[in-house]
Design a protein around this ligand. Structure first.
Ligand code: ARG
Length: 363
């Protein structure tokens, strides 16, 4: 980023920060003077922990695709800007997985590694899409595991990792420091929460083991605060049931379980008009929610999540802030019109700070 532009972005962020936290304009002027000097001298500036922490929270608040934003202010922020080695990074990720899981009472958490620096190598890159994710393998008998992971699984194998070939092999953490060749690390089983999915009444998977991991930790997005790019900043909340039950386990190009669920429920799958897909979806989603509940792992159903989002919209309005949103993402994939979100227009303008997509490093 050009110095002038960085200065503009820093200004906008610091003004927002000082205003929202009711800090004095004298303090703001002092802080901006320091930042201006740092940018002039080095082409970059350094956030205080408080700025970093507030920036990460507001970035969540500004995430147009996320229905879970009511809790933006409760994000816990770990400052990992001091790491040097791949081992250090692994250690922070290990702690992140363990502490976010919190024995089932999931905590929204972000770990922030060093930002992008002008004219220098990138200290830390995380190659994984999520810290926890199942591998996918192409075999003679079709795909085993998560089809969404086929390519990355191949990459991990190229790096020397080997899975067991089950439908639920956790992929290794792939960490690259200082543009050296990446290193992979096996995840210790004891810190990874997984939930066996079982339907309360029916054997909907015909005896097969179906499970999912407890904590979705997105690790491939760039966090931008005041013009500074944190390209490695894995974050998590807890799952909304439909992400697993109506997408990961149901999508044709994912675990594709609807046909078997329908069969087990004794539904007629000859005609679309029997709504066998719909019935199966509902039962699969009940199974996901009840299984997480039984296991004591945090999860939210889509009706409750929508209600919470409505509270978020109200509190934001009271603060005089417009809630931006991406309608096609905010509506749940199950019974969307049964939530208020479906019936409202949302303005999909991008505010900063925010989390942004970035291309995968391994492609
Ligand atoms: N939809 C993604 C998945 O199923 C997770 C995205 C983040 N979700 C969340 N509840 N924070 O793995």
């Amino acid at each position: 980023m050009h110095k002038d532009q960085l200065w503009e972005e820093a200004n906008a962020f610091l003004r927002m920060y000082y205003q929202e936290l009711h800090l004095s304009s004298d303090q703001l002027a002092n802080r901006l003077a320091v930042i201006k000097q740092q940018i002039a001298a080095t082409g970059i500036y350094e956030h205080t922990y408080e700025e970093l922490s507030y920036g990460a929270k507001v970035a969540w608040r500004n995430s147009n695709r996320c229905i879970g934003r009511l809790f933006w202010n409760r994000l816990e922020v770990i400052d990992a800007r001091d790491v040097q080695t791949s081992q250090d990074v692994f250690h922070y990720l290990y702690e992140h997985i363990k502490n976010a899981g919190n024995k089932g009472k999931i905590k929204p958490l972000i770990t922030i590694f060093p930002p992008e620096r002008p004219y220098r190598q990138q200290p830390v890159k995380i190659w994984n899409h999520q810290l926890l994710r199942y591998a996918g393998y192409e075999t003679e008998n079709g795909i085993i595991g998560d089809p969404a992971s086929l390519e990355f699984t191949k990459e991990c194998k190229r790096l020397g990792w080997q899975g067991e070939g089950t439908p639920h092999d956790l992929l290794p953490l792939v960490i690259q420091v200082n543009n050296e060749p990446p290193q992979w690390w096996k995840l210790p089983k004891d810190i990874v929460i997984e939930v066996n999915i079982r339907h309360p009444e029916t054997d909907i998977f015909a005896g097969r083991l179906v499970k999912w991991y407890g904590v979705p930790i997105i690790s491939d997005m760039r966090l931008e605060i005041g013009g500074i790019n944190y390209i490695a900043a894995p974050f998590n909340g807890w799952y909304m049931g439909t992400e697993i039950g109506a997408r990961n386990l149901a999508d044709k190009d994912r675990y594709n379980l609807l046909p078997i669920v329908a069969k087990q429920l004794g539904l007629n799958t000859e005609h679309a008009s029997t709504l066998w897909k719909d019935t199966s979806l509902v039962e699969l989603n009940r199974a996901v929610l009840e299984s997480f509940k039984r296991a004591g792992v945090s999860i939210v159903d889509h009706h409750t999540a929508a209600k919470q989002f409505q509270v978020f919209e109200e509190t934001e309005q009271k603060q005089g802030r417009e809630v931006t949103g991406k309608w096609s993402w905010l509506i749940p994939p199950l019974s969307p019109a049964a939530t208020h979100v479906f019936h409202k227009p949302y303005n999909n303008t991008t505010k900063k700070p925010n989390y942004f997509y970035q291309p995968p490093y391994w492609k």
